[in-house]
Every structure is written in structure tokens, then in C-alpha cells.
Design a protein around this ligand. Sequence first.
Ligand SMILES: O=C(O)CCC(=O)C(=O)O
Ligand SMILES: [Fe+2]
Length: 313
Amino acid sequence: MSARYQQQQIESWHEDGAVVVPNFFTPDEIAPIYDDYARLYGFEGAGNGNPLAIDTGQPAGAFHPKQFKNLDTLPYDGSVEMNLISLHPSLIQLASELLGNQPVQLYQSHTWAKFTGEADYDQPFHCDYGNHTLTVPGEDVAQRTVNFVIYLSDVTDALGAMHYVKKSDSDAILGSRAIAAPTEYQVALKARQHSAAAPAGSIIAYGIDTFHRGTNMTEPNGLRYTMTVSFKRADNANIGFHVWQHALERPWHLLLNHATPTQLECLGIPAPGNAFWTDLTLRQCQQRWPEWNMSEYVLALAGASPDAANHAD
Ligand SMILES: O=C(O)CCC(=O)C(=O)O
Ligand SMILES: [Fe+2]
């Protein structure tokens, strides 16, 4: 257990399907990443800074393509800090604890910058499994996901805080194990919604079977900088979103040259000591990424411990 979260919050996630962990990251950890967002996305966006509300005739918002602008995928054209925050050791540890203390993999990491007036961000209640699996959420929690939203700026209700409904409430309204919320139930869900508003540095953790929705931004000239970061158990091929290997042109060195083997394992890179690592694969991989410090992999193959290496000379 990391000091960044409490046992009570683990229990809330299991019981309610979502939990806000205030100030999970420190202001110092967030500051360089906020600067990256400001450089990449600016402060104003495409709107005129005044709230935009679209009358859909629906009781609770709709999905619009404009809600999904200003998204980018790991690895980012930013600082090392920006690239490593999705793989922060305490985030990995929390995801692993929530999924039964098993090894986990990062299967989603994207930025999202929202600006007042650029879209009407109000959405209906939904679960996210639709584009995270070709099946449905597993019955066993370990087969589902942990989905984090990291707040790089303050997220208030006027700045589009996500809203969610606790499991006991969605079960009561929709029936247990419901995974879709028909229009006629949206008002009842809204009546039980909770806001995930929290200061910069906070996170919300939820799951692919949790009913939630984006809400509109109403603060004039407001901005909301967040990162969406999702984990699954490492042995769960039923879940996916990005294919890391596909993005070869992106700045992978920002991760490879700075991440620990445990962090890299969350991207599917075999751990030191894994049978994948042979003299040949180590040599070729080092040639491919000359700045990657592969000493732990080399030592594991040689049967030595990192301690032995530190004292070798
Ligand atoms: O950004 C948010 O607050 C939630 C958005 C959301 O739930 C979605 O687009 O699936
Ligand atoms: Fe969602």
C-alpha cells in the first residue's frame, strides 16, 4: 500500500465502481506536465470561451465528435515527466491491488484538453467497455479494468467534472449487472450522480462496468487538462485500446531511456530474467535503443543480482 491512497479507497472502488483519490500526485509532479499541456494545447482552444450548450432533446447530453478533440497517445511530445506519469509506481501498484495483486499492463494512455465553448461536453451515462473489449465486462473483477483520469488542472463542476453513479444505485435503477443505460433511465441516474470534482493532482479510478458521463464546461474561458490512463491484468488479452508497437515514429526514447524494468513490463516488455532475453536479443535491442540502460536485463541473464553489480568494482 502506498501512502498516496488508503485501504478505504480500495474498498470504495470495489463497492461503488469508482473512487476519487484527492491529491494523489503532488503539485511538483504535476507542474511540468501542466506546462507541456499549455505548450501542446494552449489556453484557449477553438471556442470563444463562452459555454456552448446543444439542445439534443435528450434528458442527459449526447456524444459529439467535437468532445474528442485535443487527444494524443503515449509516448508524448513532451517532458520525461509527462511520459512517465501513466506508469508512476504508485499508480501501477494501485491498479495491481484493485485487480487482485497481479501483474498489470497499461493498455490506454491519452491526453485530453477540454475548453469551454469548444464543445458541449455533456454526455449520457454509459460504461466504457464498448471500445475497450469486443466482448463485455467480465463478471470477475480481475478480468475487468482500472481506468484512471489524472487531473493536471483543477477540475470543478463548472470545468466539466466527470459524474458517476455508485453500483448500488445503478443496480437499483437498471437492475444488477446492467451495462447499458437506455434514455428513459437517464433522469433517474442523474438524480443519484456523484461529482468527481477535485483539485489538480487528484485522480478518479473507475472500471469498464461503471456508469459515468462527461459534463459540460460552463466557466467562461475555462480549461480542463486531464490524462486517461487504463490498466488491465497482464494476462488479459480480452481488453485493449492502443497498440504501442504501432507508433514507431513517436518518441519512445523518452520512456525507454528513463523507465524502470517494472514500468516497461507494463508496456509488454519482458522483465529481466524472462526467457526472451538471450545474449542475442539483448545485444540487438541495445543496438536498436543505444541509450536504454539495459544493465538489469544483462545482470539477470548473467545470474547476478543488481547489488552484486553495484559492488563489482
Ligand atoms: O472526460 C470525462 O469526464 C468523461 C468522458 C467519458 O466518459 C467518455 O468520453 O467516455
Ligand atoms: Fe466514458
